[in-house]
Design a protein around this ligand. Structure first.
Ligand code: SAM
Ligand code: SF4
Length: 329
């Protein structure tokens, strides 16, 4: 799959549910309305779609949401996709999770062939963690992280930096993550979905955080790259790696290799654009994959060059109305 700008599309993010057991302030409204279950693809339909993408050259699949681990039966899906690792064409199967369910499923994830996971965690202070997630228990997530490390999973912690919430805590988070052998990636809040909070008030440019950290640590540009959009530095004092995802201060689109499938079967070619292709209709029309393959080819053929995210006083409404929980982060 090659898009009109010559980019090879090898990375598929699959949102298996729009539901979540938390309500992070930058992601969802407190009274979030979720999709009716009838609109959501079955796990078998998701698996069939993934199989078609693998045949067309997908190498990495990331399972995400919403919170993927709250979808009933998702471990079975991960196991079946895991059996396609290697000879089945899949090079990497990963997961992004809020960590609340990890304590019970970490060994099953490792057994399914998952090697690396991203866990989202914005604060190590229980009260702040609760405020950001609206009701989450920090200790549950920390137990989940312990279980995942014990199961041999490599972890990258994802932290959305929020002004006056955790922007002064990054040093602590960095020492903690690197001390446990985990990576840390910082994310700028992106203008997606309607939430009750003021995004302009939440936004901190990561260039500012990086300058603060450089007062305490020796940061050296790293040549390390994953199939994601982060750019990395090595931290000499901890021996760990620190990533920055800066959609607003640095446009990461030139090297974009990914597309996103929602739990209703919509394929978004860009996180920051409205255009999507409906794969559910061709999927349900016939058990033959021909129509589906044509629909995917047509969609990849119109992948846009990049997004148009802005946060400033002239652009206070979301750049795209759908939240990250629908498209998958
Ligand atoms: N529930 C899982 C989790 O939190 O890891 C997976 C889905 S969540 C939508 C994926 C990632 O998107 C999380 O790291 C989250 O912090 C991030 N995210 C959600 N809304 C965002 C926003 N508006 N700006 C930046 N990052 C966002
Ligand atoms: Fe749920 Fe993840 Fe969104 Fe937080 S960021 S509300 S954990 S989907």
């Amino acid at each position: 799959m090659i898009d009109p700008f010559g980019r090879k599309i090898t990375y598929l993010r699959v949102s298996v549910t729009d539901r979540c057991d938390l309500r992070c302030v930058y992601c969802m409204a407190e009274q979030q309305t979720f999709l009716p279950k009838a609109e959501v693809l079955t796990l078998e339909e998701i698996e069939r779609l993934c199989a078609v993408f693998l045949r067309k050259g997908t190498e990495t699949i990331r399972i995400t949401g919403g919170e993927p681990l709250v979808r009933r039966g998702v471990i079975g899906l991960i196991e079946r996709l895991g059996s396609r690792l290697g000879a089945g064409g899949l090079k990497e199967l990963t997961l992004t999770t809020n960590g609340t369910q990890l304590a019970s499923v970490a060994p099953q994830l490792a057994a399914a062939g998952v090697k690396r996971i991203n866990v989202s965690l914005d604060s190590l202070d229980p009260a702040k963690f609760r405020a950001v997630t609206r009701w989450g228990e920090l200790s549950t997530v920390l137990k989940g992280i312990d279980a995942a490390l014990a199961a041999g999973l490599q972890i990258k912690i994802n932290t959305v930096v929020l002004k006056s919430v955790n922007d002064r805590e990054i040093l602590t988070l960095l020492r903690w993550a690197h001390g446990l052998g985990m990576g840390l990636t910082l994310i700028e809040t992106m203008p997606m979905g309607s939430i009750e909070t003021d995004r302009l008030a939440q936004y901190v440019p990561l260039s500012q955080i990086r300058a603060d950290l450089a007062q305490h640590f020796t940061l050296t540009e790293s040549i390390y790259r994953t199939s994601g959009p982060a750019r990395y530095v090595e931290v000499a004092e901890t021996g760990g790696r620190l990533g920055f995802i800066t959609p607003l201060t640095h446009n990461f689109c030139e090297s974009c290799n990914r597309v996103r499938l929602t739990c209703t079967g919509k394929l978004y070619m860009c996180l920051g654009q409205e255009d999507a292709a409906d794969l559910r209709a061709p999927l349900r029309a016939t058990p033959d994959d021909g129509m589906l393959e044509d629909a995917i080819d047509e969609a990849i053929g119109r992948k846009p060059k990049g997004h148009d995210f802005h946060i400033d006083r002239r652009h206070v409404s979301p750049a795209v109305p759908r939240p990250m929980s629908l498209t998958g982060g």
